[in-house]
Design a protein around this ligand. Structure first.
Ligand SMILES: O=C(O)CCC(=O)N[C@@H](CCC(=O)O)C(=O)O
Ligand SMILES: [Zn+2]
Length: 350
């Protein structure tokens, strides 16, 4: 590590960590400085910047975006927050680590470069017989940055990680979150209240382990961790940022206040779904019977065709089985579709 990398002066002036990361697609020398308000700024790598306020903190917060490079709204939100912090306009009360997952994929305006980064976490980056590539190396490093960040936190601090995305398709429920599989541990009403305050009233409960960034932080670090879908993919400049104001305010409050009070939990304010099944693409010849305009959360009647995988036709097996993240172009063996069904609030909530 260079004690004083040449980019520091400009970063202090502009706060533009996004451009710095985009100009250094896979590596940036580490650097550090202290803001006038006492907050320590640590740049760990390209796209990875940590802020440690001088005060005693109680939360270790991670905001990630650009795990998929074409999902720009979350990148714009994080860019604005980072600039405000570096310029001293937003004063922190909590530790926060911002991550731009895949800077090169931002530059090419695509979901990924060689391989979907969000299928490589929880150790899946390193598999015997599978050659490493930039995304596999990046997933391994991001896991390490997350581990180090949580390890340096105060004893007893609460841990959270919001991995911010946008969906490829339009969605009947514009914003929604994926609650990773908790292996039987209860879901938290306080987290649902945080999501509601962010403008997210729809949550999908996963039923099995995953290779996603949010599952990794949840499973390995016990963080309250979510994939948060904030609308539909759009190029930079075409996002209606007014639609993300509640999200930005709630993310801001979490890191700039000692304790945030949310209204009491009221089940009627949420739409909760459980994952009914995951349909993987196993054949080159994989297709959906519906158009690219079909939105996430579109329900199908029992017996209707959902997908064709080679010679296998897959039909809805319950009334109202609804589609999430249909993508016929995924790599063989990967998830091409999730289906969900409505879920009641039951005793597995605390
Ligand atoms: O709209 C789509 O098809 C994908 C949007 C997206 O990137 N979603 C995440 C969800 C991760 C999770 O299941 O927690 C992904 O597919 O990686
Ligand atoms: Zn995504």
């Amino acid at each position: 590590m260079s004690a004083n990398p040449s980019y520091l002066n400009e970063l202090k002036q502009t706060g533009d960590f996004l451009t710095l990361s985009r100009n250094n697609e896979w590596h940036l020398d580490a650097g550090e400085f202290v803001l006038d308000n006492g907050t320590c700024v640590n740049i760990h790598d390209t796209g990875v910047i940590e802020f440690q306020p001088a005060v005693k903190t109680s939360k270790d917060v991670i905001y990630s975006s650009a795990v998929h490079g074409n999902e720009t709204a979350p990148i714009e939100i994080c860019d604005a927050l980072i600039k405000q912090i570096i310029k001293g306009e937003l004063v922190l009360k909590q530790r926060v680590l911002f991550i731009y997952g895949n800077p090169q994929s931002i530059n090419i305006g695509l979901r990924f470069v060689e391989e979907n980064l969000n299928r490589l976490f929880n150790g899946h980056h390193t598999v015997e017989g599978v050659p490493m590539n930039n995304e596999r190396n990046r997933a391994a490093k991001l896991e390490q940055y997350v581990s180090d960040f949580y390890a340096r936190g105060q004893q007893g601090s609460s841990r959270c990680h919001y991995d911010l995305h946008t969906a490829i398709r339009g969605s009947k429920n514009e914003k929604f979150a994926v609650y990773p599989f908790l292996h039987g541990k209860p879901w938290k009403k306080s987290q649902l209240q945080f999501l509601l305050s962010s403008g997210v009233n729809t949550v999908l409960m996963m039923k099995s382990p995953a290779t996603t960034f949010s599952y990794y932080s949840s499973f390995v670090h016990g963080a309250d961790s979510f994939t948060v879908e904030l609308g539909q993919v759009k190029p930079f400049g075409q996002n209606d940022m007014a639609r993300f104001e509640k999200t930005k305010q709630t993310l801001t409050a979490l890191i700039s206040q000692n304790e945030v009070k949310y209204p009491d939990f009221n089940a009627s304010e949420f739409e909760l779904f459980e994952v009914h099944r995951t349909i993987n693409r196993t054949q080159d010849d994989f297709s959906f019977p519906f158009s690219d305009d079909a939105e996430n959360f579109t329900g199908f009647a029992k017996g209707e065709l959902l997908a064709t995988d080679g010679d296998t036709a897959i039909y809805a097996d319950v009334e109202g089985e609804a589609i999430i993240f249909p993508n016929a172009s995924v790599a063989l063996g990967q998830r091409a579709l999730l289906t969900v069904i409505p879920m009641d609030i039951d005793s597995n909530f605390v």
